[in-house]
Ligand binder design. Structure first.
Ligand SMILES: Cc1cc2nc3c(=O)[nH]c(=O)nc-3n(C[C@H](O)[C@H](O)[C@H](O)COP(=O)(O)OP(=O)(O)OC[C@H]3O[C@@H](n4cnc5c(N)ncnc54)[C@H](O)[C@@H]3O)c2cc1C
Length: 354
């Protein structure tokens, strides 16, 4: 097999692009394969927790948005607030985030090939990938950063069990042209959904709805009268402030049997995802990207597996625990408990801020 490149990164979402920048910093010569044009939008709560924000800064990236100073849990009249002790995060529109990272990738001269990978073969020396309309590309290593429904994960035999349809959760997001009323991310709990409200700029707020299959965005917002009022939504769910269409993603839970198969490594949502409830996808994905590049640079891809487990342990435990509680009779006690035991709630928020 001819090896055309040292490292092919499949997927040019935020994590694929960050992986490419880290690879270039490490002296590797990455190539990105991505079918869609920049900037790519996606359903996302768009909250960069302080840890994610710090890691982007370390790469010299500074996408514009609104400062985030903490997280509030809200249910009816109950409200628990915790302000981050060290530093702040940032609410950044997804297209702004993507365009900022993509501009740096272009500045660094990292090639982006337009295409969708649907073929992968590997032997001891390297990996060959291809797709419709693409020449076969040989690489010493391939990183799959192709998102929740990763094709690389499937082709490398790394997909895990799928979740029962009745338990699957989905995410929807819409923007509103309205001044943020808080500098905190609000997670608003209704009987059937979590509404994740993120300040994104002086006249911009994002609302993400997380719920089981069949959720209707406007009905979910309408179930939270205070939020509907703040968004100036009418009884039918309409609002003068709403912008664009609702975007959706899911099912959110994606399991993997492992994250490395020979010379193929998975990062970001492709490597397995629990849920958006704790708003950590980008922080965890960037940390995975760092570990994957360190393992490849050391010529020891298998060490990534251990690092992935360590990096994601807290995220997997906390998010799984919260999602299980949210789907159980305990649901109604989550916000009252956060109000009653501030050190517990503050400790959890500080953990998310890391
Ligand atoms: C509703 C919702 C709210 C969220 N809120 C937050 C939040 O507030 N904070 C946070 O940090 N995270 C949040 N997340 C998680 C976050 O959005 C993800 O973790 C993040 O987008 C992962 O980025 P990625 O680059 O791994 O995947 P993606 O952004 O999905 O990028 C994958 C890329 O791969 C490309 N691709 C797919 N298939 C192929 C193929 N076969 N060949 C080549 N390319 C391919 C796609 O075109 C895409 O560009 C949220 C997620 C959801 C759904």
């Amino acid at each position: 097999m001819t090896t055309d490149t040292q490292l092919a990164i499949v997927g040019g979402g935020p994590i694929g692009l960050v992986t490419a920048l880290l690879a270039a910093n490490a002296g590797l010569e990455p190539v990105i394969i991505e079918p869609r044009a920049t900037p790519i939008d996606k359903a996302c709560g768009e909250g960069l927790m302080p840890g994610a924000w710090r890691m982007l800064h370390e790469l010299g990236l500074d996408p514009s948005g609104a400062e985030l100073h903490g997280i509030a849990y809200v249910q009816g009249r109950s409200r628990a607030e915790h302000r981050f002790r060290d530093g702040c995060g940032r609410g950044v529109e997804r297209t702004v985030l993507h365009a900022t990272i993509a501009a740096r990738v272009a500045e660094r001269g990292i090639p982006v090939v337009e295409g969708r990978i649907d073929r992968l073969d590997q032997n001891d020396a390297g990996v060959t990938i291809g797709g419709p309309g693409l020449d076969l590309l040989g690489a010493r290593y391939v990183i799959g950063a192709d998102g929740l429904h990763s094709r690389v994960r499937e082709l490398a035999g790394l997909a895990g069990r799928t979740q029962r349809a009745s338990r699957r959760r989905f995410g929807l997001r819409r923007h509103y042209a309205i001044a943020p009323w808080s500098d905190l991310v609000e997670v608003r709990w209704t009987p059937k959904a979590e509404l994740y409200v993120t300040p994104l700029g002086p006249e911009r707020v994002g609302v993400a709805v997380l719920a089981r299959r069949g959720v209707d965005f406007d009905r979910a917002v309408g179930d939270d009268r205070e939020l509907a009022e703040l968004l100036r939504a009418d009884a039918a769910g309409g609002s003068r402030a709403r912008l664009g269409n609702v975007r959706g993603a899911g099912p959110l839970l994606q399991r993997t049997s492992a994250r490395t198969a020979g010379r193929v490594l998975l990062v970001g949502d492709a490597s397995g995802y629990v849920d958006a409830l704790t708003g950590e996808g980008l922080r965890v994905g960037i940390a995975q990207a760092r570990a994957a590049i360190a393992a490849i640079s050391a010529g020891d891809p298998s060490r990534y597996e251990r690092d992935w487990m360590r990096i994601t342990r807290d995220f997997r435990r906390l998010t799984t625990g919260l999602v299980v509680a949210a789907g159980s009779p305990l649901r109604g006690t989550i916000v009252p408990m956060a109000v009653l035991v501030p050190p517990l709630y503050g400790g959890i928020v500080e953990r998310l801020a890391r």
